[in-house]
Design a binder for this molecule. Structure first.
Ligand code: CA
Length: 452
């Protein structure tokens, strides 16, 4: 739904909001949680230009009057869950009020200004108390590229074009951008016929994804129809689904990913609301008539205007690059609109058996890749599972991540006639493994380097 908050003519009095190429103009207004420099209790806020509007003090000083006690109470909490649970109508009322407080030439500027923090002076924290985390697999390019590595004759499993494949992940290890990614230990199976070793992963990878955060859930046993899905979505963030490919390859049969994935998942601190994304809704790519979609995953929203024009990018900065002040190197870009399944179809499918989603649940899109070289959303794809190395501007070569490498993800929405908006960044730096004895094989013998 496009309304006055998306008007491209709107500008803001907040410094930095009009910067060309800025991520947070007044048309965006993403939600997050932060710790002011002098306090140890988190507050929720909205990013605008170089600032963060403090929703707690905005609410406590009467600037949200008339929006309802539930809205004011939700804005005083340390996480976004209560705001997310308000539902689409209340959320849009709050968005409109914030837009009115922050727009240029408003009479509210003087009373609003004291509730603004400079973004560089606050520490961002995990914005949502995440209940459950599900990770999908919705990019046909990613599925085809990975499938070709292991099954050259038939890369796509037959179910891919009929349902959005997913597994249940772990919410406890979801962290906000900026947290360290410590290299995990695990059972590594190099060759299927050889017994495994227990050692730090040698194939640490990232997965470039977007996440959907659920606003209002559904009662157990009552599926969300595709026509209703939109009202249940709060917003989206960047997700880095850190993966240890050698742990994953050994453990995944027959029940799927486990310790190769659940050691860490990083998310960006700002949640771009589904309302802010309204101008960037586009049609999904054409489907082949050979793969008809079942009716419960098909409707005008799910197939028309269900895709989102979000461009995602991943960059790497090594220890050497930091030392030599070389800018992070972009190593992959892709278009989220090319995903085979939309976020609305993901939710309709997830609840089709009656499974209940709850406020604060996180649904990952799965790795976002394109079909061309340079559009790979993970190193497994980019390097053919470690076979094909690539060069960085420092002259260093990479297959998988090395200690000290920082992975930096970003996303932007661009469409003619609208002001571009961004997601900010999702960062994480790889740290050496904890001391956990020496790597050993099943005989208790330390394996020689290169044997892992
Ligand atoms: Ca994933």
């Amino acid at each position: 739904m496009i309304d006055e908050t998306h008007d491209p003519a709107l500008t803001s009095w907040v410094p930095g909001a009009e910067t060309a190429g800025g991520q947070f103009p007044i048309q965006n207004l993403p939600f997050g949680a932060f710790m002011p420099a002098s306090e140890d209790v988190a507050r929720i806020g909205v990013a605008i230009g170089d600032g963060v509007l403090d929703l707690r003090s905005t609410a406590e000083h009467g600037l949200l009057g008339g929006l309802g006690e539930d809205v004011i109470d939700a804005c005083r909490r340390p996480t976004l869950n209560e705001v997310m649970a308000l539902g689409a109508v209340r959320r849009r009322e709050l968005r409109l009020r914030l837009s009115q407080l922050l727009r240029a030439h408003t009479v509210h500027q003087r009373e609003t200004k004291p509730h603004l923090h400079r973004r560089v002076e606050v520490r961002m924290v995990l914005p949502v108390n995440i209940g459950d985390y599900t990770d999908f697999y919705t990019s046909i390019h990613h599925a085809s590229n990975v499938g070709r590595l292991f099954r050259p004759d038939s890369p796509l499993y037959p179910n891919f074009t009929h349902l959005p494949v997913a597994y249940h992940g772990r919410a406890s290890s979801v962290v906000v951008s900026g947290n360290t990614a410590r290299r995990p230990w695990g059972q590594l199976g190099k060759h299927r016929e050889v017994s495994p070793v227990f050692a730090p992963t040698q194939k640490l990878d990232f997965e470039l994804e977007l996440g959907v955060l659920i606003g209002t859930g559904n009662p157990l046993g009552e599926p969300i129809l595709t026509s209703e899905v939109e009202e249940h979505v709060f917003g989206m963030c960047l997700v880095n689904d850190w993966s240890a490919r050698d742990i994953q390859a050994w453990e995944y049969q027959p029940l799927g990913p486990f310790l190769g994935k659940n050691f860490l998942t990083s998310v960006s601190p700002w949640i771009v609301t589904i309302d802010a994304l309204a101008p960037f809704r586009v049609d999904s790519p054409e489907r082949s008539d050979r793969h008809p979609t079942l009716p419960y995953l098909r409707d005008s929203l799910a197939t028309g205007g269900g895709a989102l024009a979000i461009e995602v990018e991943v960059a790497i900065e090594t220890e050497t690059m930091r030392r030599r002040a070389i800018a992070p190197a972009s190593i992959g870009r892709a278009r989220f609109a090319e995903q085979y399944w939309t976020i609305f179809q993901m939710i309709a499918h997830h609840t089709s058996n009656g499974c209940n989603l709850r406020t604060g649940d996180l649904l990952g899109s799965g790795t976002i890749s394109g079909s061309a070289v340079g559009e790979e959303g993970c190193l497994l794809e980019k390097t053919n599972n470690g076979v094909r190395s690539f060069a960085l501007p420092s002259g260093e070569m990479r297959t998988y991540l090395e200690d000290g490498d920082e992975v930096i993800m970003s996303a932007n929405c661009v469409r003619d006639g609208y002001v571009p908006i961004g997601f900010g960044e999702c960062r994480g730096r790889v740290a050496p493994p904890i001391h956990y004895g020496s790597p050993t094989d099943c005989r208790g013998i330390e394996p020689i380097e290169g044997d892992r």
